[in-house]
Design a protein around this ligand. Structure first.
Ligand SMILES: Cc1cc2nc3c(=O)[nH]c(=O)nc-3n(C[C@H](O)[C@H](O)[C@H](O)COP(=O)(O)OP(=O)(O)OC[C@H]3O[C@@H](n4cnc5c(N)ncnc54)[C@H](O)[C@@H]3O)c2cc1C
Ligand SMILES: NC(=O)c1ccc[n+]([C@@H]2O[C@H](COP(=O)([O-])OP(=O)(O)OC[C@H]3O[C@@H](n4cnc5c(N)ncnc54)[C@H](O)[C@@H]3O)[C@@H](O)[C@H]2O)c1
Ligand code: SF4
Ligand code: FES
Length: 807
């Protein structure tokens, strides 16, 4: 007797994944035949978005070559659509007349894109986006036509629209509700995403109900129910998918609307299984690969006769594959009765994080701008971690600190944490493979474990795991940390190119260095602006438009849309006259809250935008830069002037330091402190640079941080005089300015470069002198921004809506 015949209908991602698994478990148990309607071997549908945007070629997205089928004895009928199945004679027949017997049958026919039944939907140029053929048609059309309309602002529609922009077309995205990706994002994240995509050139037509597709033979436009018309010579519908159940219905399988399966992927007909998007499990039909691969693994074990637990459903997460935006959505993010929410909204950095908690467990999360918490949160959602005893900071990490130092984020994850969601590969599995198989690159990890084989979103994490597991021996060449998704270049490459090519404007950098998105994004534009200013302090004209709102307006925007004003108070020391001025101003402008800050300053909160410049004029004090990536404060204790323990003049030293470095732009905010003795009352140990008076001199501590990720500063140097404190600080800060990544705090920078290296640099007299001289150049051109606004009518008009300043 021959082997049992196994037939797979649908040569797509889920069905073939099940076969791959089965071959590992029981390589010679079945004679396998695969029918696939598309004329290709199995390919990675997910990566079509990268083919459309020009980042990949069709040939690059093949998952299994024709050779793979042959090597494994699989008979493949590519380009054959199965049109009938006879459950009595147990045969499958294709549209090309091939009939094959089966003992076991897997239906993995995926989904059909839903096409809105609009008048005119049959015109040329109206299409779906699902296959290689669709992708090739769209690329071809872009050579002739210039205006596309995408109906549907979901994951698929937005990835299609980004592709059209890359192909040089204009694109309108038509969406039925007033927020895009409403199935994955809440209103705040959706609006942030919309703004970022608009900046990339997408045009959104929201709350639009399509009524009719206009044109002759070919589409020329889309008419809406309100009578408006959007011009279009290519129209893509991306309004969701429907399980493809044609074959299943023909043989009488129960459908609702997908093919109903039990926990072992068995349909209502014995010997017939369904897997993938066509299957309906416990009332859910999934549209993402991760759950489909989980189903495929259970089915493979079932067919191999291996022990397996049931498939019990999946908690899914999604990431949008559009360069320049970082979006993550996992679990159930909607708030309702019995839910509690942690929400962080940092408008300055364009970061939004929301975590929804129910009965002490995280049930869903939405992350925008910084998705580095995603893997950890998904791990907590999946494992149902009880978070009742956890601090908020253990749930959501500091954005600036997250994911920057190699291995830092992954080190804390448990072994069972899923690193590659698409392929269900855990941290433990990857680390063991790295150690046991001697893997040294992401590509090798991919080939060995499947991690990063699908959407590629986990590549940075796999890279971190390599660094974490191999330590110093990891070369890191395989994963480069790029400035952002708009470019494949790293920070160092961008800085080197600015130097070598003599680039002088943000747009010029993006243009010359081949940015993928013409407008850049909220990550790269401020970074380029900083690098240009750092490299050419004398000549560079700051690009205000590339700064976040707080730095543009020189005041911190608050959650109610008002601003806060913090005047400079050198060393935290003030005078009765200044206090009087502050009090008068607070009364005059009805400031609702006056608050002392942790940095020994006075914060006037709740100021209206139009009152900012007049208030600064009345104060006649320098800006305290409480909003900037710059020196914020130098905190001091009273020191020897008043304290009986003091050995150094902490106030004098702090004031001198603050006067020297005020207004200095740095990669991230810088806080300093000076204490008059090792009792450290000014908390010098947790500052970017902390100074402590000791017998015979001063100790300088580097890389301290008192924020979310507390780090105690390392002793950088001990010096004898106040002049040396300034000199060493100059060298240290200038080296940080020149080598730090934009947004990287000194705590991360010291970890990345290593204390010993930084000590070598600042202790070397020649290098120190050179750094100090470049610091002189940088400081020579700084101006007080509040005074500039008071003096310059165009700044007042353009930024603050104020024409005159009357005191
Ligand atoms: C552009 C795009 C981007 C995506 N990005 C992501 C992403 O980033 N992350 C993610 O998780 N998911 C993503 N998805 C979804 C993901 O690709 C699907 O969930 C997955 O491919 C579904 O796998 P499947 O095997 O069920 O169906 P499919 O991959 O569609 O395979 C079904 C196959 O069956 C064939 N077939 C159908 N009927 C017959 C028949 N009668 N006879 C023979 N063959 C037949 C079809 O031609 C098809 O090739 C994306 C989808 C698209 C279109
Ligand atoms: N990055 C990813 O994970 C990714 C990328 C692409 C596709 N996919 C998957 O592919 C499948 C298809 O994606 P999709 O975006 O088409 O499906 P979807 O169901 O996720 O989104 C469709 C969107 O179209 C909107 N819509 C519905 N009717 C409309 C109408 N008449 N006019 C305007 N808008 C309308 C809906 O409000 C919805 O937001 C999904 O399963 C998706 O998960 C995933
Ligand atoms: S640090 Fe020393 S000098 Fe400064 S206040 Fe404290 S005890 Fe006094
Ligand atoms: S998460 Fe998609 S390939 Fe790993």
């Amino acid at each position: 007797m021959g082997k049992p015949q196994l037939v797979l209908i649908g040569n797509g991602m889920a069905g073939v994944h099940a076969i791959e698994h089965l071959l590992k478990l029981a390589p010679s148990k079945y004679d396998i035949t695969v029918f696939g309607a598309e004329p290709h071997p199995n390919y990675n549908r997910i990566l079509l978005s990268y083919v459309l945007s020009g980042d990949s070629k069709v040939a690059d997205i093949e998952l299994n070559t024709y050779g793979w089928y042959e090597e494994n004895g699989i008979k493949l009928y590519a380009g054959h659509t199965v049109t009938s199945v006879d459950t009595t004679s147990k045969t499958v027949t294709s549209d090309k007349g091939v009939t094959v017997p089966y003992d076991k049958l897997i239906i993995a026919t995926g989904s059909n894109p839903f096409m809105l039944p609009l008048p005119g939907a049959d015109k040329d140029g109206v299409m779906a986006y699902r296959t290689i053929q669709d992708c090739e048609k769209m690329i071809e059309a872009s050579k002739k036509y210039k205006k596309a309309v995408v109906i549907g602002g979901g994951l698929l529609g937005l990835e299609a629209a980004r592709g059209f922009l890359n192909l040089g077309m204009k694109v309108d995205v038509v969406h039925i509700t007033d927020t895009i990706m409403e199935r994955q994002l809440d209103r705040t994240a959706s609006k942030m995403l919309q703004e970022a995509l608009e900046a990339q050139g997408m045009n959104f037509l929201l709350e639009k109900h399509s009524a009719e597709i206009l044109g002759g033979k070919r589409v020329t436009g889309l008419k809406f129910k309100d009578g408006a018309v959007a011009e279009a010579d290519l129209l893509v519908m991306a309004v969701g998918i429907r399980p493809n159940v044609a074959v299943a219905k023909q043989i009488g399988c129960e459908t609702n609307p997908g093919i109903v399966v039990n926990d072992y992927l068995e349909t209502s007909i014995p010997g017939v299984y369904a897997v993938g998007e066509c299957a309906m499990h416990r009332g859910v039909a999934y549209g993402l690969v991760a759950p489909l691969y989980e189903q495929a693994a259970v089915l493979a074990k079932r067919l191999a006769g291996a022990a397996t637990g049931p498939y019990e459903g999946s908690v899914v997460y999604t990431k949008l594959k559009v360069s320049g935006v970082d979006v993550f959505s996992g679990g159930n993010f909607s708030e309702g009765e019995g839910t509690k929410t942690i929400r962080i909204h940092d408008e300055w950095s364009g970061i939004y994080k929301k975590v929804v908690i129910k009965e002490g467990k995280i049930v869903g999360a939405v992350l925008y701008g910084d998705t580095s918490d995603g893997t950890r949160l998904m791990q907590m959602i999946r494992s149902g971690t009880d978070i009742s005893g956890l601090e908020k900071t253990a749930i959501l990490r500091d954005s600036a600190a997250a994911g920057t130092s190699a291995g830092a984020g992954v080190a804390e994850l448990p072994d069972e944490a899923i690193i590659c969601g698409c392929n269900g590969v855990s941290k433990g599995a990857i680390c063991s493979a790295i150690k046991e198989q001697g893997l040294a690159s992401v590509e090798e990890v991919k080939n060995c474990t499947n991690a990063s084989r699908s959407c590629g979103g986990c590549k940075p994490l796999v890279g971190e795991l390599l660094a974490f597991t191999l330590g110093d021996s990891f070369q890191g060449g395989a994963v480069k940390e790029t400035v952002c998704g708009c470019t494949d270049l790293s920070r160092d490459e961008v800085v080197a190119a600015i130097r070598e090519k003599g680039l002088s404007h943000v747009r010029e950098v993006m243009h010359v260095l081949g940015w993928k998105s013409e407008e850049g994004c909220s990550k790269c534009r401020p970074a380029i602006n900083y690098y240009l200013g750092m490299l050419n302090p004398g000549t560079y004209k700051d690009d205000r438009a590339s700064r976040f709102v707080n730095e543009r307006l020189h005041a911190n925007i608050q959650k109610d849309g008002t601003y806060s004003v913090v005047p400079r108070m050198y060393g935290g020391v003030t005078t009765p006259e200044d206090l009087k001025k502050i009090a008068d101003v607070a009364v005059k402008y009805n400031v609702p809250t006056v608050k002392l800050t942790g940095g020994q300053r006075i914060d006037l909160l709740g100021v209206k935008k139009e009152d900012l410049v007049p208030m600064w004029a009345d104060l006649d004090m320098p800006s305290g830069y409480a909003y900037g990536k710059a020196l914020r404060t130098v905190k001091t204790c009273v020191g020897e002037t008043y304290c009986r323990f003091g050995t150094g003049d902490a106030m004098g030293m702090g004031i001198a330091m603050e006067k020297r470095f005020e207004r200095l732009n740095t990669p991230a905010k810088v806080k300093m402190a000076v204490s008059g003795c090792p009792r450290n009352c000014a908390e010098s140990g947790i500052k970017d640079l902390g100074v402590v008076s000791v017998d015979g001199g001063w100790e300088l501590y580097a890389g301290g941080n008192g924020g979310v990720k507390v780090r105690v500063g390392d002793l950088l140097a001990t010096v004898a005089t106040e002049a040396e404190v300034i000199e060493y600080t100059e060298a240290y800060l200038q080296y940080y300015r020149e080598t730090g990544k934009y947004g990287e705090r000194t705590s991360e920078w010291v970890n990345r470069l290593g204390l010993a290296h930084i000590q070598d640099v600042v202790k070397d007299p020649g290098r120190r002198a050179a750094l100090c001289s470049r610091m002189d150049e940088a400081l020579a051109v700084t101006k007080d921004p509040w005074k500039e606004a008071i003096a310059d009518a165009s700044i007042r008009r353009n930024l603050y809506d104020v024409v005159e300043v009357k005191s």
